[in-house]
Design a protein around this ligand. Structure first.
Ligand SMILES: NC(=O)c1ccc[n+]([C@@H]2O[C@H](COP(=O)([O-])OP(=O)(O)OC[C@H]3O[C@@H](n4cnc5c(N)ncnc54)[C@H](OP(=O)(O)O)[C@@H]3O)[C@@H](O)[C@H]2O)c1
Length: 330
């Protein structure tokens, strides 16, 4: 590939992102070259591109923390040209050029072959967000989550992680309560399998160390005071999967939920080794396969990337914001 157009994040006085002409020699090292078909805009990608948080750890950096496509060239025994793959997490789009480019190069440990029968569009609709939701579901079930024990809250419900989490939990028989600031998205959320949709502002959070016990489980994309409220309102032996910080980083609570109710606060981090990534991607292609990816995907052409980054940063999106970088290989 000669020259190509990539979306590069740079920093001089301030962080700036723009389409820039680049060539192969400017890519970082790695064993696998991927012809990128789709990338996505995660919350983290939006923060990185507008410089709201110090997400990028090496400038300049092509943004995009996940991408799908086919292997163009491989110097790894694990992949061969033509393999359909996804690249995500670790340094991708953060300290190593990422997916907003028709050509990406990554270490083989960051690349997974797609499960049989999964298209590159389906895989990017899951993306790092859906992978993280699947990890959360697995960790919560290992910690005792079961459909007959009560309701599971998913907050930031119209977002990417939450949309896939609602789909996964509802298909496993859980009574899912979707909490959102966007009540206009009620039909969308019910369509993913939510049993109830509630206004995020109406959630009982309280101030006492222990409030009325409401939830057996919670998938938390928000952090901050939302997470604090969850600790106070969990049932005995309830499980919270802490995934994100869309609302805040710090939270204040007491040890009481943990020592008097046995509440389990489980950290979820998508930077996993190959064995766990392979395991979860296989599950996402089989018993954890999302049912409503076509509803969750909002697909936009590559040229609309800057506009859609602003929309994601402003919390104006629903589901997964997918960017079609170039047409899938014939
Ligand atoms: N741990 C990991 O490895 C990992 C992996 C992926 C993502 N994450 C994190 O998980 C979080 C969600 O990621 P995502 O890609 O799903 O983001 P997203 O698609 O932008 O969704 C976030 C949702 O949170 C809600 N929200 C946003 N700003 C808010 C605010 N100021 N106050 C209250 N609610 C707000 C909105 O939902 P409503 O409007 O419906 O309320 C929004 O749709 C992010 O913090 C991200 O960094 C972590």
């Amino acid at each position: 590939m000669d020259k190509f157009k990539a979306y590069l994040v740079t920093k001089q006085d301030r962080v700036c992102a723009a389409f820039t002409e680049m060539d192969e020699s400017q890519l970082d090292d790695g064993e696998v070259d991927v012809r990128v078909e789709y990338a996505s805009i995660n919350y983290k990608d939006a923060l990185a591109a507008i410089g709201r948080m110090p997400v990028i750890r090496r400038f300049p950096c092509i943004g995009g923390i996940d991408a799908t496509g086919t292997v163009r060239a491989s110097r790894s025994p694990l992949f061969k040209p033509g393999d359909p793959v996804i690249v995500h997490s670790h340094g991708f789009g953060v300290s190593h050029h990422g997916g907003y480019s028709p050509l990406a190069r990554a270490p083989d440990g960051w690349v997974n072959r797609l499960p049989a029968g999964m298209s590159t569009l389906e895989a990017i609709t899951i993306g790092v967000a859906g992978y993280t939701a699947a990890l959360a579901v697995e960790l919560m079930e290992l910690n005792g989550l079961a459909p007959d024990k009560g309701k599971v809250l998913v907050n930031g419900a119209s977002g990417g992680v939450a949309s896939v989490a609602i789909d996964l939990l509802s298909q496993r028989g859980f009574h899912v309560v979707a909490a959102t600031r966007k009540l206009a998205e009620r039909d969308y959320l019910m369509g993913l399998g939510a049993a109830e949709v509630v206004d995020a502002a109406s959630l009982p959070v309280g101030t006492r160390p222990l409030e009325s016990a409401v939830w057996q489980g919670a998938v938390d994309s928000l952090g901050g005071e939302a997470l604090a409220g969850l600790t106070r309102t969990m049932q005995r032996d309830g499980v919270i999967a802490s995934i994100g910080n869309a609302l805040g980083v710090e939270f204040t609570t007491t040890v009481m939920p943990f020592i008097l109710r046995g509440v389990r606060l489980v950290g979820v981090n998508s930077d996993n080794d190959r064995a766990l990534r392979d395991h979860l991607w296989q599950r996402l292609g089989s018993d954890l396969r999302p049912r409503y990816l076509a509803n969750i995907a909002q697909v936009h052409p590559f040229e609309e990337l800057p506009k859609m980054i602003d929309a994601v940063a402003g919390g104006q999106i629903k589901g997964r914001t997918v960017i079609r970088v170039q047409a899938p290989a014939a």
